[in-house]
Design a protein around this ligand. Structure first.
Ligand code: BG6
Length: 292
């Protein structure tokens, strides 16, 4: 069906009531709700939904480059390309009845920027219980025998009640690259992460499970990831927020990006090879999580 500004979107519904919304522009998940109809992702009230600008919020897909880690535009181009519905995807097991398969292949213009042929398949699925699952399969289809390398992220914007009441567990004691300090490498000290100023860090070699605890909402987001060793944590805070035209001045209080990613060690694929990167998100009442 049609979304904002006439852009095509697909809405997934799970029998118990949770939903997800995916724009073909960017293969961008712009909404994920639980079975009480509560929105779990943050999308800016100033988001433009206007190509070629990427949508501010939800889950942009960063490919073939994360951030400024390379010579391409920031976060690569997959987030501002029109994807197609993949009507005949190669078999891929699922236990979900509610899913959509999307595909991106390079245009001639893309090949000039990044001279590689690939098929990028993204499956977005809602599990029973309302979990949101994203699986990317990227295949090198170069006919010239050449390998290619890329970095990647699911740039997930979580909706939180108040950033100063949020904790992230699973990243303590890890090494990170700090984007605010010229990508300098440091080690995270202490306990769970809490937030009181701008943060833009790439945690390297993280556990497969990361939790975001929203004390005020009594909600915990659990991220489970596979094939995605790193995790980026980003909040622009007040000063940076004011410099972003598609982000409200105070909206930083109500969002946190925790991005399952591959940044530290790029993926290299030879022709015919395929990489898989899977992210599973659940949102559970906090009390159910204690002691886990
Ligand atoms: C984060 C990066 O992933 O995305 C930040 O680590 C960047 O450095 C942020 O500012 C937003 O990027 P963009 O291109 O969507 O404004």
């Amino acid at each position: 069906c049609k979304g904002i500004n006439g852009l095509d979107k697909v809405v997934l519904r799970e029998p118990r009531g949770s939903t997800a919304e995916v724009y073909l522009y960017g293969a961008h998940v712009t909404s994920w709700t639980n079975d009480h109809g509560e929105e779990l992702l943050f999308v800016s009230s100033k988001a433009m939904f206007k190509p070629p600008k990427a949508i501010r919020g939800g889950i942009p897909v960063c490919f073939p480059q994360f951030g400024s880690h390379g010579s391409l535009e920031q976060h690569g181009f997959a987030r501002n390309r029109f994807w197609s519905i993949d009507t005949d995807p190669p078999p891929f097991p699922t236990n979900s009845k509610s899913f959509i398969d999307l595909i991106l292949k390079p245009s001639e213009e893309d090949m000039q920027k990044w001279p590689h042929s690939y098929e990028f398949r993204l499956r977005v699925a809602l599990g029973t219980g309302g979990d949101l699952m994203l699986t990317s399969r990227i295949r090198n289809t170069n006919a010239d025998g050449k390998p290619f390398s890329f970095t990647f992220a699911y740039h997930t914007y979580f909706s939180v009640s108040d950033i100063s009441e949020v904790r992230v567990e699973g990243l303590e004691t890890l090494d990170y690259l700090d984007n605010l300090q010229n990508k300098e490498r440091s080690t995270e000290q202490g306990d769970a992460l809490t937030f009181e100023s701008e943060v833009d860090k790439i945690y390297l070699g993280t556990p497969t499970k990361i939790a975001i605890l929203d004390h005020e909402k009594k909600r915990t987001f659990v991220l489970r990831k596979d094939g995605l060793p790193d995790a980026v944590v980003w909040n622009p805070w007040d000063k940076k927020a004011k410099t972003m035209a598609d982000f409200g001045d105070d909206e930083y209080k109500h969002m946190l990006c925790v991005e399952a990613a591959v940044v530290g060690k790029p993926i290299t694929l030879k022709p015919g090879e395929e990489w898989k990167g899977r992210l599973e998100l659940s949102a559970v009442p906090s009390s159910y999580c204690s002691g886990q």
